[in-house]
Design a protein around this ligand. Sequence first.
Ligand SMILES: *Cc1c(COP(=O)(O)O)cnc(C)c1O
Length: 350
Amino acid sequence: MKPLQELTRPNIWALKPYSSARDEYSGKSASVFLDANENPYNIPNNRYPDPLQRELKGLISPVKKVAPEQIFLGNGSDEAIDLAFRAFCRPGIDNVVAIHPTYGMYQVCADINDVEYRKVLLDEKFQFKAADLLNASDNNTKLIFLCSPNNPTGNNLDSKEIITLLNEFQGIVIVDEAYADFSDQPSFTGILDEYPNLIILQTFSKAWGCAAIRLGMAFASPEIIGIFTKIKYPYNINRLTQQEAISMMQRHYEVQRWVNSVLEERTRLMKAFAQLPCCKRIFPTDANFFLTRVTHAKAIYDYLVGQGIIVRNRSNVTLCEDCLRITIGTRPENDKLLEALRNYSTSDTK
Ligand SMILES: *Cc1c(COP(=O)(O)O)cnc(C)c1O
């Protein structure tokens, strides 16, 4: 890895961040706060929230086995993705490399930040070779984006290739683990201390059942977390979100129960799906969704919409021709989907 200063945009490296009232006094002993022009009424929403989310990070730290200084919290993982571009990529000069197909936000953030986005096609098993990503990179490649389990394909990426990339790439490797809770593969958080060029993204939106509160996590070296913290909005995580996440952390055993139910349903739904006449192929998955190739993706998608059931049509995505992406729901929801498709299949073949 190049020195972090060399990877960081010079203006960001030199930035003196805004210093909020709560940055300048963050002690616990004061009882009269007349420093932030807040309203003294309407407790507790009258007060600005903790800009560094210390209580919440203190609860996340033992669960994820990463130090509080290695945690950044954002308004969804999307905030961390955008900050990575803003911290490291000079608009119009630098570029990033990503596997393809993958999560669409990496390219959107690249386009917003005027950063060239280089795609490297996955193979027919939706896997990649570190060498291909390295070949696509040059001296101005600051970030490589990986997503494991990958969206929309569902599979884990080969961890040996990820390690090769971490060892050989001179920039920063971002591994998006939004679906890691549904996978048997251990999280890359276990090797965070060994790789100062690794950023891991996780989220409260999937396994944690909290998409509405908008809370994403990035795990990285204290130096990278320091840069993100310096350039984020001062109060990027509001009090309501911090409180809800704190209460989720206190009952995180429930999350494991949800994950177990989703995994049981995943097995059942995929088995039943394989029996449907409209199903040509099911791709292996390590996430809370699976990709399936069907006879006519657009027709089946439209038919399901007519039945009040929405799946994701991914047939316009490279390597995903005639594919639908199916999220695992509750047992009754999954049964509705199966029943609708059984009816479709009979009317289709008549
Ligand atoms: C759903 C998803 C996320 C989550 O994004 P949030 O902004 O945290 O809701 C991140 N990455 C991938 C690949 C996803 O599919």
